[in-house]
Design a binder for this molecule. Structure first.
Ligand code: FE2
Length: 597
């Protein structure tokens, strides 16, 4: 049985394919069309999933769509009367969903009659919940989904038991923890879609001095839920404006906060203005407020479910700082957050919801790793390398066996070089987890600035993340719970903060990736090889990109290597090293010395 999940006409458009009881492939459209957060119909992602499963669109049995026009229809109609412009926009989107069968046929240039699949609509947050619980290792777990808005709800919770999820409550529009966080992010001058994670990094630099004031903005409904003071917002009047035209465009979000927020907290920061202590304290306050509301909700969910296991999904589940605190401040002992916890994961969630809840099939799949995206044959990598070395005499190229490859790569990193690491299938979700990563030495405090100056060009307040052997987590961190998908931040042990200063954030935490020998053997061996050389089984791991979606193909990796000041590129079995006339070892040493002085 073949189930194709499609998140279409929505940010983070994506596709996933489930064949019998296994996930075969999943990818977000942005990796393929190279447009960050791409919306529209994910034609390339669908094509990749079909190819990975070795089937044609006409052979798919079920298509799962994570949107249900009939969900919360009363609320939708009530707000449609108040917000006619928003209602018209929604109606246009609904019409596209209504015609998705024909849209697919047109995109794939086939007769609509050739698509024999049955189409299923799964409510947005039910798809989120399914994306977490149905691929988790648990037979029974509390499940919570929280984001900005989807199918006119922002939060949903319940309990997963066997192959069912029983929903016990939800928060309807306009109340939304995700909308609160996005509105405050905009107030701080970060207007791009998806900028919330930047502000989470900024929060560590301030103190939550506005927290009392924030309690007037958002609070918890008893016993579970979220309540916004709508005086601070605009979305309940005009609708949350999110616009895009086609798959080739990043969504744009309209202003969500009202003048009253500025009356109470002073003028909003303009994007070009410097970040002051007031902004840092504002960011710290919004993070503390989110944590307070979320933890209260999660404690109440534990009271309801009495489970030790928790599954989280929705954009709020990417708040790794809050996730780390759930382990500390609630009775939950095991938490599962799959790597595409945001809207990209909806396609996969909808597909599993169809399999288990509609078709009644039992569960047997556990997502233990994130590598569901495109992979490339050795011959394709060889062809890419040969084209490069023919064109670029400034690069030294070597083909190595696995042992030599790992030893050479670890030695380069230990020498302070910045290494692009491209192996296997691309990661599912927004984090680079050791298959499309840029790696560096975590022991060098200067490495953060060097990476930013030479490759990443990010805001200086944003932290980099460590990958650590799962056997060593307790030695370096104050908590030991697995974090294979970089979705938890834990305090680094005080004695280890000076050992791995580059990925340790200003507040002493780090958003770690725990690396398992069983599920990610090649990367595990690389981290261990670095540990053998340095005594520190940790690598600094950041996404393989430069202000673009994470690279997907060998050609994109090579292009990023060539246009940035990356020192080394490991592409499959090949090691490409820029010769000293480009960026020399001397340059690196000078940078390290310069940064130290
Ligand atoms: Fe969502």
């Amino acid at each position: 049985m073949i189930i194709l999940g499609i998140n279409a006409y929505h940010a983070n458009a994506s596709a996933a394919i489930v064949v019998d009881d296994r996930l075969v492939a999943a990818v977000e459209e942005e990796r393929l069309n190279r447009v960050k957060y791409a919306a529209g119909l994910p034609r390339l992602a669908i094509q990749y999933c079909l190819d990975a499963a070795g089937v044609k669109l006409s052979e798919v049995d079920h298509v799962a769509i994570p949107r249900d026009p009939w969900a919360r229809v009363g609320t939708k109609l009530r707000f449609a009367m108040r917000m006619p412009r928003f209602a018209i926009e929604r109606a246009k989107v609904a019409a596209r969903f209504g015609g998705i069968h024909e849209g697919l046929a047109a995109a794939f240039e086939i007769d609509p009659k050739a698509i024999r699949a049955q189409f299923h609509r799964i409510e947005h947050h039910r798809a989120h919940m399914a994306s977490a619980y149905f691929v988790s290792p648990f037979d029974r777990a509390a499940v919570l989904s929280a984001d900005g808005l989807g199918d006119f709800a922002s939060t949903m919770w319940g309990i997963g038991e066997g192959a069912r999820i029983n929903v016990s409550g939800a928060v309807s529009f306009p109340h939304s923890l995700g909308m609160f966080y996005t509105a405050m992010t905009q107030y701080l001058g970060f207007w791009k879609f998806g900028d919330e994670y930047k502000v989470m990094g900024l929060a560590a630099y301030g103190s939550p001095s506005y927290l009392d004031g924030f309690r007037d903005i958002v609070s918890t409904d008893s016993p579970l839920g979220v309540r916004l003071n709508l005086r601070y917002f605009t979305h309940h009047k005009s609708g949350p404006e999110m616009t895009w035209k086609e798959a080739g465009e990043t969504p744009l979000l309209g202003c969500l906060f009202s003048d009253y927020l500025e009356e109470r907290f002073g003028p909003a920061r303009k994007p070009e203005e410097p970040i002051t202590d007031r902004h840092k304290d504002f960011a710290a306050s919004m993070q503390a407020c989110l944590e307070s509301v979320l933890l209260e909700n999660i404690n109440a969910l534990h009271q309801q479910t009495r489970s030790k296991n928790l599954c989280l999904a929705g954009g709020v589940a990417f708040n790794c700082v809050a996730n780390g605190k759930i382990l500390q401040k609630t009775p939950f002992e095991h938490i599962y957050v799959q790597p595409a916890a945001g809207d990209g994961g909806l396609s996969m969630g909808a597909a599993f919801a169809v399999r288990h809840e509609i078709l009644g099939k039992p569960r047997s799949f556990h997502m233990e790793h994130a590598f569901w995206g495109p992979g490339f044959k050795a011959s394709e990598i060889r062809a890419t390398v040969s084209r490069s070395s023919a064109q670029n005499g400034g690069t030294h190229v070597a083909e190595l066996n696995e042992d030599a490859l790992l030893q050479t790569t670890a030695a380069h990193i230990a020498q302070g070089k910045i290494v692009g690491w491209f192996q296997g299938r691309a990661e599912w979700g927004p984090r680079a987890l050791g298959n499309r990563s840029i790696l560096a030495d975590p022991r060098r405090a200067e490495m953060k600035d060097i990476l930013n100056r030479r490759i990443k060009h990010r805001e200086s307040f944003r932290p980099f993340a460590p990958s650590i052997l799962e056997e060593s987590v307790g030695e370096y961190f104050e908590r030991n719970h697995p974090s294979p998908f970089m979705t938890f931040a834990y305090p680094v042990r005080a004695s280890k903060r000076s050992v791995i200063p580059a990925p340790t954030h200003v507040d002493g935490t780090a958003r770690l990736q725990t690396v398992s020998r069983d599920t990610h053997p090649l990367y595990w061996r690389l981290v261990r090889a670095f540990g053998d050389i340095t005594g520190v089984p940790v690598l600094l791991n950041t996404s393989f990109n430069d202000n673009e979606p994470i690279v997907c193909s060998p050609q994109e990796a090579l292009a990023c290597f060539e246009r940035t000041k990356m020192d080394v590129l490991v592409l499959g079995d090949f090691v490409l090293e820029k010769k000293p006339s480009g960026t020399s070892d001397g340059d690196i040493s000078a940078e390290l010395l310069g940064a130290k002085s």
